[in-house]
Design a protein. Sequence first.
Length: 120
Amino acid sequence: VPEGAVVATTPKNVTPEQIDEKIKWIKDAAGARFDDIELQTLTFFVQVTDDRESVINNLAGMFGLSPEEAAGTPLALVGTHNQIAETLIARRDRHGFTYIVVQEAALDDFAPVVEKLAGS
């Protein structure tokens, strides 16, 4: 992010489309070495919930994003354990993220997701 820290405007810099562009920069710079690079993302907001839509809509409003952008930003993981696992698989397929970091406060909620994805 341009600011070097997470601030109110950060989510607007990490929409799925902007992540695609940033991954392209990495691919262009790495050339043939790209396949040797492991891409990681730091997730700041993890919420396990049965009401994914409401939480995503609240995030979207708070950060001035569309619900689709809010759902796609790697800053957030929202939904049931199954939905979060599906989101991570989709992000891996689209962006190449294979290393996911979550905040310590989310570890217990996130553990079942890790179990679901083990070996995938």
